[in-house]
Design a protein around this ligand. Structure first.
Ligand code: MG
Length: 243
C-alpha cells in the first residue's frame, strides 16, 4: 500500500481530488472516532480543566503539594498512557471514583458544530466513539456538540478493561465488542501514536493534526493514511452532497 496520501489540499484548503478521495474510502463501513480534541477543537482545552482536577486528586490522594502532584501525574501519564492507568497500577484507586472526580468540569467551551453533525449523519455505515475517557463524560461532551444521537455506541475505558489506547488490547476489545472488520473500518484520532495499533490491525487511519498536547508525539506517516486539521471540514468535504 502506498504511503503517500491519496489526496492533496489545494491552496484554498480544499480537497483538490475529491472524487478519488471518495473512491478511496468506498470500502469503509465503520467510522470510529476518538472524542477529546478530535470531535471538538483542541483550543477548547477541556484537558486543561481535567488536568487541574487530576492534579487535585493526586494532591489529596498522596498528601503532596501542587507541584509534586503535577510531577507525579505527568510521569504516570507518560509511563502508563493515562493518569488513571498509572494510579490504578501504583495506588490501586477506584477508577469510577477517579473518573467522576476529574470529569466534574464546566463544558462552556464546547459548542455545536452543525457542519460536523450533518456530515457525521451522512456517513454511510456504523459510527462509534472509542475513547480513553468514560461513557458518562463522553455522553456529556457529545450532548454539548449536538452529537448525542449520532453514534451507535461509546467504547470507553471501562469497556477496555482500563487498558487505554494505544494498548493493543483496547483495539482488540473494541473490534470484538462490535464485530468490526478492521479492514473496512476507519479511525479518526488526534494523538498520532494511537493510530499505530489501528493501522497494524488493518484500519484506515486519519490523524487530526490540530496542535493538541502530545498530538504529534511519535507521528509517523507510515501508519497515517490521512492527515487532516478539522474533522467537520474533512467529513464535509468527503461527504458533501454525494453520499
Ligand atoms: Mg483525543
Amino acid at each position: 500500500m502506498s504511503r503517500e496520501p491519496s489526496f492533496r489540499w489545494n491552496d484554498a484548503g480544499e480537497l483538490a481530488t475529491r472524487p478519488a478521495m471518495l473512491a478511496a474510502l468506498d470500502h469503509i463501513d465503520a467510522w470510529i472516532f476518538d472524542l477529546d480534541n478530535t470531535l471538538y477543537p483542541a483550543s477548547a482545552d477541556l484537558f486543561g480543566l481535567i488536568d487541574v482536577r487530576m492534579r487535585l486528586y493526586v494532591e489529596r490522594l498522596l498528601g503532596v503539594d501542587e507541584a509534586e502532584a503535577h510531577r507525579i501525574q505527568k510521569r504516570l501519564f507518560r509511563e502508563h498512557g493515562t493518569t488513571l492507568s498509572g494510579l490504578m497500577q501504583s495506588h490501586d484507586i477506584d477508577p469510577r471514583e477517579f473518573l467522576a472526580f476529574v470529569h466534574d468540569i464546566e463544558m462552556d467551551a464546547l459548542e455545536e458544530d452543525r457542519r460536523l453533525v450533518e456530515a457525521v449523519a451522512r456517513l454511510p455505515g456504523r459510527k462509534l466513539i472509542f475513547t480513553n475517557g468514560d461513557a458518562d463524560y463522553a455522553a456529556r461532551v457529545l450532548e454539548r456538540l449536538g452529537l448525542s444521537k449520532s453514534f451507535e455506541a461509546i467504547h470507553d475505558i471501562h469497556a477496555c478493561a482500563y487498558q487505554p489506547k494505544p494498548h493493543v488490547a483496547s483495539y482488540e476489545s473494541m473490534v470484538a465488542a462490535f464485530g468490526i472488520d478492521p479492514t473496512t473500518a476507519l479511525f479518526v484520532e488526534d494523538m498520532a501514536r494511537n493510530l499505530k495499533p489501528a493501522k497494524a490491525i488493518g484500519m484506515t487511519t486519519v490523524w487530526v493534526n490540530n496542535g493538541s498536547e502530545l498530538g504529534n508525539h511519535q507521528a509517523d506517516m507510515g501508519f497515517i493514511d490521512y492527515e487532516i486539521h478539522d474533522v467537520g471540514h474533512w467529513l464535509h468535504e468527503i461527504t458533501g452532497g454525494s453520499l
